[in-house]
Structures are given as structure tokens and as C-alpha cells.
Design a protein around this ligand. Structure first.
Ligand SMILES: [Zn+2]
Length: 414
């Protein structure tokens, strides 16, 4: 297959999409969290119609779905490819000015909007592998939004390529564009019956070759400490100060291990991230993360044990712990049927791409989709340094990701 057009199509789409502000907002309860996400969702729906995709829909939960109809008659699993349109609220995504660096020469890249920022290959070694490729950065005043407009452009160009080449044998393909991934609500409203797919793939990963099917399992804990209120002038022997007890609780949490700042690889952690309240009552918010069920349960047990110690220290206070599930390691489901992962691995092999599958220290939309019943590993897009002004991506990696999707579609139809 000739790749020149695919490559050009990806680049043009990507540069267009990143200039549309789609920042999500964790403090909004609306769906999508910011109405501006429709600017891109509506555009994608219109472009999908234009390119001849079937069943193009915008759902009332702000997802865009479209179908690339099958070109073979036999039974083939329906593959779905997912990307999220929002960008992280962690850094500005407004007025993004993408900079294309042709035939990267291996030297540090200075970002014109903020010359104090450089992309230095000694600091970001992946750059050393990208010499000769075309890279895209922002101008340094905003994020780039390759997370996940790289994924959006890859899915769109892949769909367009299949529609332009009906001689390529493949089954039914569903393209799915979602909002609000960055605030963890991307697929919470998705109805799998609207998707109608057997396997999913999110295009939301990093380096060339990453095929990820392991994510954290995640719980959230809220510890509530209620003290006893009294007039401070007449509080002797009566007042129980919830803030003092909250301080003791935090002090008893592990601090030189089992925290985000002391763990890496496959180690889990307990992270206290917010304390809110008064002398009368305090709420402590924690996230618990681990790759294993036992590990996650142990983090929850420790939180409960410390809460019990605080309760024992001051029986007049009331200490309660509420732990709720956030998402689960997709490996629990995928290890029972590795076919979705194997399909991606085989296709990568055919393209000569070295595959690696290191676990993600976070969740993906695929974690939730997998739990809901649609096995959904995560595939590379090439994006690097996401959520900040030094974000960059190689157009070569994006092209490889689109070729990977094309190969998977064909392999699945064999
Ligand atoms: Zn993402």
C-alpha cells in the first residue's frame, strides 16, 4: 500500500485538530464538561459524513460514532478504534500554534513562544531515535494536544484510507470519539449496545511499539473525622478538634514508601491529595493504586487500620472510612482472552515494529471499557511529554500507528 497520502492526510488533520481548543474541566458536571468539545466532535462527524462513513452519530452523551462498512462477506469480529477529543486542563490548550520540525537534526529544539524551554535529546532520549523524522511541537505557550488529537487524526486517516480502498479486505470497523478522558469521565456514559463492537483499541499511548493491556486498579477513599464543637472560651474537657486528629491521621500514613513520589514500575501507592474541613469536621481524600487486587485491598486495609487507631485515640470523635472503586486493571479480563492483544502484536510484527507492553501507572478509557465488557488495549500514537508545553509527537510514529490499524483490520478478516 502506498503511504504517501496516508501520511499527508494524518499531518493535515492533526495540525487542524490541535488548533481547536477542547480543554475539559474537572469542576464541571455537564456532559461534555466543556461545550467547546463539540467544536471538534461536530467537525469530526461532518468530516466522517463527507468521507462516506456510514451510521455517523453524535450521541446525547457527546460521543461520535461512525462505521466503515465491511468489504468481506464472512463473519469477522467488529473492531472499534477509540480516541478522546479533550485535552488536559493541566495546561492551556487555547490558541495552540503547532510547529512542524522537518527532518529533525538531533539538536535541542527551542520553542519560539518561550525560548527558555528546550526539547533536549539528553533530557528526552526518545528524541535521539527520531532523527530524520518530522516532529510537531507547540510554540511553548500551550500544550500541543497530541494527547489525544494524535489518536483522533490516526483514527480519521485510517478510516478515510479504508473508505478510499474498498479492495482491502476487512470486517466492519467502528470509529469512536469520546469527550472528557482527561478528567476520568470519558466513557462513563457509553452504552456498549450503541457501539456494537467485539474488540476495542484506544489510540492513546506513547512510544512507537507500545501495546498496553495492563493498567492500575484504582480505588478512592474518603476519611471523615467528626470532632466535638464547643465555644473555644469554654471548651475545656469538651471540644474535640477534628483538625488535630486529621493531622495525626496524615502523619501515620506511609511517607517514605507506598507514596506516588517513592514508587515506580509495578509498585502501588496510597496518595492523600486533599484535606477539607474545620475544627468540627474534616474530610480527607485519598487515591489507592495497585496492579494487583491483593495490593489494592491492602492499601484499603491500612487506611482503615489508621482510621481505627485515630478512633481509639479519641473515642468521642467519629471516624469513618468510605472506599469506592474507580477502575480496574484491564489485564484481569484480557489475560483470559489475549486475542485482542495478539492481533495488535501480529500486525506490529508484520510492520517490523518492536512491541513492548509495560504496564501503565494510571487508567485509560480502555480500563473502563474492558470492565464494561469490551476488551480494549491501548496502542501507541507517538505522543510524548503530554499535558505540558514541551509536548511533542513524531508524524512518523502517527503514520505507523495508522498502518498498524490497517494491518489489524486485514488480519482480523483472515
Ligand atoms: Zn489521552
Amino acid at each position: 500500500m502506498s503511504n504517501f497520502n496516508l501520511r499527508q492526510d494524518i499531518e493535515q488533520r492533526f495540525l487542524r485538530y490541535v488548533q481547536i481548543d477542547t480543554t475539559s474541566n474537572e469542576f464541571s458536571t455537564a456532559v461534555p464538561s466543556t461545550a467547546i468539545q463539540y467544536d471538534l466532535l461536530n467537525l469530526l462527524a461532518a468530516e466522517l459524513e463527507d468521507m462516506g462513513a456510514a451510521e455517523v452519530t453524535i450521541t446525547d452523551y457527546a460521543c461520535v460514532y461512525a462505521t466503515i462498512p465491511a468489504t468481506v462477506n464472512h463473519d469477522v469480529p467488529v473492531l472499534s478504534f477509540w480516541a478522546h477529543v479533550d485535552t488536559s486542563p493541566a495546561f492551556s490548550g487555547k490558541d495552540v500554534k503547532p510547529q512542524v520540525h522537518r527532518h529533525y537534526d538531533g539538536r535541542p529544539i527551542t520553542l519560539p513562544g518561550n525560548p527558555t524551554l528546550t526539547l533536549d535529546p539528553t533530557e528526552f532520549p526518545y528524541l535521539q531515535q527520531k532523527i530524520g523524522e518530522d516532529l510537531v511541537t507547540s510554540d511553548g505557550t500551550t500544550l500541543l494536544g497530541a494527547d489525544d488529537k494524535a489518536g483522533v487524526a490516526i483514527c480519521m486517516s485510517f478510516g478515510k484510507y479504508l473508505l478510499d480502498h474498498p479492495e482491502i479486505p476487512h470486517g466492519k470497523i467502528r470509529l469512536c470519539f469520546t469527550p472528557d478522558e482527561e478528567i476520568g469521565r470519558g466513557v462513563s456514559n457509553v452504552k456498549l449496545e450503541d457501539v456494537g463492537a467485539d474488540i476495542g483499541y484506544t489510540l492513546d499511548g506513547g512510544r512507537l511499539g507500545a501495546i498496553v493491556y495492563e493498567t492500575f486498579s484504582a480505588d478512592k477513599a474518603v476519611v471523615r473525622i467528626e470532632g466535638v464543637a464547643a465555644h473555644p472560651g469554654y471548651a475545656k474537657g469538651v471540644m474535640v478538634n477534628a483538625l488535630h486528629l486529621a493531622g495525626k491521621f496524615v502523619e501515620k500514613l506511609p511517607q517514605d514508601h507506598r507514596t506516588p513520589e517513592t514508587t515506580s514500575g509495578t509498585e502501588g501507592f496510597i496518595h492523600v491529595y486533599e484535606m477539607r474541613g474545620t475544627a468540627t469536621a474534616v474530610d480527607l481524600y485519598l487515591i489507592l493504586r495497585d496492579f494487583e487486587r491483593d495490593g489494592l485491598a491492602a492499601h484499603g486495609d491500612l487506611v482503615r487500620d489508621i482510621a481505627a487507631e485515630i478512633q481509639a485515640l479519641e473515642p468521642r470523635a467519629k471516624v469513618t472510612v468510605e472506599i469506592s472503586a474507580q477502575y480496574r486493571n484491564m489485564r484481569y479480563w484480557l489475560e483470559n482472552d489475549m486475542q485482542p492483544v495478539e492481533l495488535a502484536r501480529q500486525a506490529a510484527k508484520r510492520l517490523g515494529i518492536d512491541v513492548f507492553s509495560s504496564p501503565t501507572r494510571g487508567g485509560t478509557d480502555g480500563s473502563r471499557l474492558t470492565e464494561m465488557g469490551l476488551p480494549t488495549p491501548n496502542l501507541f500514537t507517538g505522543m510524548q511529554n503530554f499535558h505540558g508545553p514541551t509536548e511533542w509527537v513524531s508524524l512518523h510514529d502517527m503514520e505507523k500507528a495508522a498502518e498498524l490499524c490497517l494491518n489489524m483490520a486485514q488480519l482480523a478478516a483472515k
